[in-house]
Every structure is written in C-alpha cells, then in structure tokens.
Write a protein that binds this ligand. Sequence first.
Ligand code: ADP
Length: 265
Amino acid sequence: KSGRVVVLQTIPFSPTQTLIVTRDVSEADRLDTMRRDFIANVSHELRTPLTVLSGFLELASPAVPMSAQHLELMRTEAVRMQRLIDDLLTLSRLESTAAPSQEERVALAPLVQRAVDLARALSAGRHEIRIEPMPADLRGAEREIESALTNLVTNAVRYTPTGGRIVVGAALDTEGIALVVTDNGVGVAAEHIPRLTERFYRVDKSRSRDTGGTGLGLAIVKHVMLRHQGRLDVSSTLGEGSSFSLWFPRQRVVLREPHTEPEPE
Ligand code: ADP
C-alpha cells in the first residue's frame, strides 16, 4: 500500500537522537486525486455534448437552414447536458448533509407504481414489467427514495434487451425491508460489481451513453441509502441478469394497520 508522510518538526534531544514529528498524508493525497479525477471526468462529460452543439452551430447560417436530423441531434445533446447537471446537483445536495431531507411516512405501493410508470414509458412496450405487492411502508424522505428506486427500474430497462422481464418486489423480515428490482438483462461480471457506485463508472460506456445514462445514477442511489442507514445490494451474472435491492433497516419499516371497517352505528 502506498503512503506518504511529511515531516512537521525535528527536535534534537541528545547528541545522537532526534525526534521527528511526521504526519501521514496518504489519505489527503487520495482525496486530492479523487477530486482531480472527478473534475476531469465532469469536464470531459460536459465537453462531449458541447462539441456536438457547437459543431452544428458552426455549420448553421441564415442561408443554410439546419436539417431536421441535425436539430434532433442537437436536442439530444442539450438534454444530455441538462441531465448531467441535474444529477451533479442532486449528488452534491445529498453529500452536503448526512440526514434524509425529511422523515415522513412513505406509502410504498404508489411510489413503486410511479417509478414503474416512468420505466414503462422508457421501455415503450419492449419489456414486461411486473409489480409485486408491498408488505409494508417506510419512514424516510419520499423524494429521495423515489429517485433511488426510479434509477434502479430505469437501469433495468436500459440494460435489458427487448423482450426481457423486469420484476419489482419487496422482501420483509425482522431485520428490515428490501425493495428488489430483478431483470434478465445483460448482467454485470463479478469484478465490476464493487465499482458500480463510483461516479462515472460504467461497464459499457457506449451502451450507457446511447441509453441516456449520466454514469451518476448508482452513486446517487448509494448516497440515498447511506442517509437512510441502509445499503444497495447487487447480485448479477453476466449474460443472465441482475438484481439490485434497496435495503432499509427495521427502524424504517412502517407496518400497515390491518384495514378495519368502521362499526355500523
Ligand atoms: P449509467 O448512467 O451509466 O447507467 P449508473 O450509475 O446508473 O450509470 O450505472 C453504472 C453502471 O452499472 C452502468 O453503466 C452499467 O454498466 C451498470 N448497470 C447498472 N444497472 C444495471 C443493470 N440493471 N444491468 C446491468 N448493468 C447495470
């Protein structure tokens, strides 16, 4: 393991001995490298769509109207930049505080329905997407939890070929509850799994890009789960499919009251 120490002070305390006070700065170095990499990545990710936009603008003039196809490409790239900036702002908001933005009761069934509606729109009928019953509700920040689940379900669509199946279910036990998104899509090889939540880490850059990915989705999910004292679990087999789960600890589970009819008067 590489490391670096800096000498803060040298104190001679005998003719043959000197006390050297040092500080281990390996952690500071590591953070510094991370910050530099991040800035380089963001710049690169922003420059790509900007190059397309300015290239087409360069070609345009009042005498040569822009073709419908070029306009469409420009729109796509503008949307990509917008999405990237939105995700960057979301990440920095999530990192600036450790606690969820709200502690409210979150009804899971409608939340799952909304996430799946978005995924179905993205799928445009190319996948079969099924929802299983939700055994309980949650306590936390609804907006954050919804964005985490939406990320997982839309990823399932983006990384599953046409004709694939996606299931959103839940598993409740005495330890907590897991919201589980399972697909039979492209899957992820074991060596990539630990790195999926790193910012801008993608197994297949072009697939991520072609399906409108920013490379920040799972980093956002990881932060949302940390804030809720939970975690993101991933299991996957290359070529067979994946299962991504949002696990929340017991103290966040809200059991539903059994529905009782009001007594007749
Ligand atoms: P991206 O915008 O690239 O999808 P994410 O952070 O959401 O960024 O995901 C990171 C990477 O994890 C993706 O690029 C992809 O390689 C992999 N991945 C995420 N979800 C799935 C899935 N359901 N099946 C296979 N690979 C996935």
